[in-house]
Write a protein that binds this ligand. Structure first.
Ligand SMILES: Nc1ncnc2c1ncn2[C@@H]1O[C@H](COP(=O)(O)OP(=O)(O)O)[C@@H](O)[C@H]1O
Ligand SMILES: Cc1ncc(COP(=O)(O)O)c(N)n1
Ligand SMILES: [Mg+2]
Length: 715
């Protein structure tokens, strides 16, 4: 969770809605009931304020409120330091104290309560601020600033600041400022925009007919007021995966209000770009000016700029209306390979870079911008990004999507080098159309919402990876498909279309296509098929297979033990038994020729595969375990059937018996049953379990490949 500057004990959201209690306004239902309801409605910090009560009464109230709140919100007390200490002694959780200018000194409170307590201070004049600046850092966590409007709950209040006065005070304050005094729901948005860390209310909750609903409405007003207004200046992609269409979806998915000024229209689908039309730049200017005249823009994301004239127009507009956050995605070439920026406009683009806070080039674009060859290693890419950052004055997020290999890392790089690297496994998918557009606009939205760049990148990457992984299921186009920007939202909101067992099975099988291809190309299997495999290699393989089956059988038995239905329990138990039978047959038919069987040690590939299965069994998660067990059925049946088609039925073939055994129809039927059980379980599982199952399935498939490959090396 993000920590507020100058308030190590508070996180960003803690102060958003601050309830100050009032006994009279709470009426016969009592303060505790109001607090309970308000906290249920979302209030995150409660201050017990009761000027009339005795210390003993305050202690009793703190004990009661601490029990009612039960860790759901922070509890502080107004003014009464001794009562706080006594309440804590009696076991109450009281997080801190709020002090007025004439109450006990904040320094004394800090030394008494220690570094973990929350200490707030009322402040509303420039002199108060000077005094706060003179305190040792960490003495005070937040300021209560008001009153905003005249109010009856503080009879002796100073002259109201109004929203403008509050804004001026908050801008000068080194500490987060909570606005207080006569605030109702209509003020919340303006106060948040004025820089408030939160709003403190008394009557708006204590006097409300339903404090829970009142709290919820106040928080909703607070939340929407924080919605950043994000403008995308980019091209249109009618297929909806890239350009402004992707930007608007990304901004919305990341909590922003999206706007778009179109630089160019493309005729485009998931296979490529077939045309580009650039409207007159005066019309782009008209779009941008219309927005600037009316809307306060919190962030701009710049995408496709088409050519030098558009770049010049955007540059001239930005110099006048530059919003606080500018992200520039230097789009040059689409995922399909089509140019989106005239070659002669590269120089003009370089001149635009200093107007941005963050650049998000992919590797080819980074090379062009620093006038070098495309980096071929990640280290070289980071070095190029560092040069680009030093030259432009902007931070650079260098994206590793175009690196070959299993990794897709990103790195945030400044003029002195990488600030943070974000490692990540490459997601095996073709749904990467518009990933760059989506990433850059989401970053603009999250940065404008108040995250720093490091946090924004970490968060947006998590969202993008989830969206990339879910892209395929949208079934849009036959080329590089779009990502599903709302995958997480739909899933969590219960809007996701539940997957079918058939869909899961097809998806998983497609997902391991590269592994299956690699298996087919292994010399071991080629030579097994054409009969040229040395007998020694074959025997080595059979021995490892026997060793493997011995323990595989035990993990099958564990699946039987965990199975939720009798049919599954019987199936896995029967499979476990069959394994032992086959293992014994292998010994008898092949390995024991020429005397007693001496089994070798398990080879590293055998150990690794079994460790993976035993790990899944040990975790006790039935879904994950059966997903891990499945490739041994499925890949063997697949390989066996094809081997049989190629080499079966030839009694002269040196491996005929073995090949015939693997094409056994009973084994194929068992495989179909296993696929059915696993895919039905996955389809009905929650998304997280389904994902873990898929990962276990993919890992086992990779172990299958490594197991065959080890046999290649055995001679
Ligand atoms: N297959 C993938 N798996 C995981 N992340 C990916 C994949 N492809 C792209 N990304 C991520 O998507 C973002 C866009 O990167 P990249 O494809 O390099 O840029 P562009 O779309 O501009 O060419 C980066 O955060 C990158 O790491
Ligand atoms: C209109 C438009 N703008 C940008 C891109 C780049 O897409 P990517 O995000 O895949 O780099 C695109 N294909 N079309
Ligand atoms: Mg791109």
């Amino acid at each position: 969770m993000t920590r507020l500057a100058g308030a190590g004990r508070l996180s960003r959201e803690d102060l958003a809605l601050y309830l100050v209690t009032d006994r009279a306004l709470s009426g016969p239902r009592g303060v505790a009931a109001v607090v309970d309801a308000a906290v249920t409605g979302g209030a995150r910090i409660v201050q017990l304020r009761d000027k009339q009560a005795t210390d003993a009464e305050i202690v009793a109230q703190l004990v009661e409120l601490s029990a009612v709140i039960d860790g759901r919100a922070l509890l502080v007390v107004d003014d009464r330091l001794e009562a706080l200490i006594e309440a804590r002694r009696q076991g109450a959780r009281v997080d801190g104290i709020h002090l007025g200018q004439s109450d006990a000194s904040v320094s004394a409170a800090r030394s008494l309560l220690g570094p973990d307590a929350i200490i707030g201070l009322t402040a509303n004049t420039p002199e108060h601020l000077d005094a706060v600046r003179a305190l040792p850092e960490g003495t005070v966590d937040y300021l209560g600033v008001g009153v905003i409007h005249p109010t009856t709950t503080k009879p002796d209040h100073p002259a109201p600041l109004g929203v403008a006065g509050f804004a001026a005070f908050a801008a000068a304050s080194p500490l987060p400022c909570v606005a207080i005094g006569g605030i109702d729901r209509d003020d919340v948005a303006a106060l948040r925009r004025a820089g408030a860390a939160g709003v403190a209310v008394v009557s708006a909750i204590c006097a409300a007919p339903d404090p829970r609903i009142a709290a919820r409405k106040l928080l909703r007003a607070w939340g929407s007021a924080g919605t950043p207004r994000v403008l995308s200046i980019a091209g249109s992609d009618p297929s909806g995966g890239a350009g402004i269409q992707a930007d608007l979806k990304s901004i919305a998915a990341n909590g922003g209000y999206g706007m778009a000024a179109i630089t160019a229209l493309t005729a485009q689908n998931t296979r490529g770009v077939s045309g580009v039309h650039v409207p007159p730049t005066e019309f782009l200017r008209a779009q941008l000016d219309a927005l600037a005249e009316d809307v306060r823009i919190d962030a701009v994301k710049i995408g496709m700029l088409a050519g030098a004239a558009v770049i010049a127009e955007v540059g001239s507009w930005l110099r006048v209306h530059r919003p606080p956050t500018v992200v520039l995605d230097p789009v040059m070439v689409a995922t399909s390979g089509d140019r989106l920026l005239d070659a002669d406009a590269e120089q003009a683009l370089r001149a635009l870079l200093p107007l941005a806070d963050l650049l998000t080039p992919n590797l080819p674009e980074l090379g062009v911008l620093v006038r070098e060859e495309q980096a071929t290693s990640w280290t070289a890419a980071i070095a190029q990004a560092q040069r680009l950052s030093a030259d432009s004055g902007a931070l650079v997020l260098v994206k590793g999507g175009h690196l070959g290999g299993d990794e897709a890392p990103d790195a945030l790089v400044g003029p002195a080098g990488a600030l943070r690297e974000y490692p990540g496994e490459r997601i095996r998918t073709r749904s990467t159309h518009g990933t760059g557009c989506s990433l850059s606009s989401a970053l603009a939205a999250r940065r404008a919402a108040g995250l720093d760049w490091l946090e924004a990148v970490a968060e947006v990457r998590g969202w993008l990876r989830e969206s990339i992984a879910a892209g395929h299921a949208l079934q849009v186009g036959s080329g590089h498909g779009p990502v599903n920007h709302f995958a997480g939202l739909w899933e969590r909101g219960g809007l996701a279309i539940p997957p079918t067992a058939e869909g899961v099975a097809a998806d998983w099988w497609d997902g391991i296509a590269p592994i299956r291809r690699a298996i087919d190309e292994l010399p071991f299997l080629r030579r097994l098929a054409d009969g040229s495999l040395p007998e020694r290699s074959f025997r080595w393989y059979l021995a490892q297979d026997a060793l493997y089956l011995h323990d595989y059988s035990r993990t099958l038995a564990e699946a039987s033990r965990l199975a939720p239905t009798a049919a599954e329990q019987a199936f896995w138990a029967h499979s476990a038994e069959q394994c032992v039978v086959v293992e014994l047959q292998l010994h008898e038919h092949r390995l024991s020729t020429g005397g007693a069987v001496v089994l070798p040690d398990q080879a590293p590939a055998t150990v690794a595969y079994l460790d993976h299965l035993r790990g899944a069994a040990f975790d006790g998660d039935y879904g994950v375990l059966i997903a891990a067990l499945l490739p041994c059925f499925w890949i063997y049946t697949d390989v066996g059937t094809r081997l049989h088609a190629e080499a079966g039925g030839d009694p002269a073939h040196p491996f005929a018996t073995w090949i015939d055994e693997y094409a056994d129809p009973a084994f194929a039927a068992a495989t179909q049953e296993a696929i059915g059980f696993v895919s039905a379980f996955a389809a009905a599982a929650d998304p997280v379990t389904r994902h873990r199952m898929r990962v276990a399935f993919e890992r086992s498939s990779e172990h299958e490949r490594a197991f065959f490959a080890a046999a290649d090396l055995s001679d």
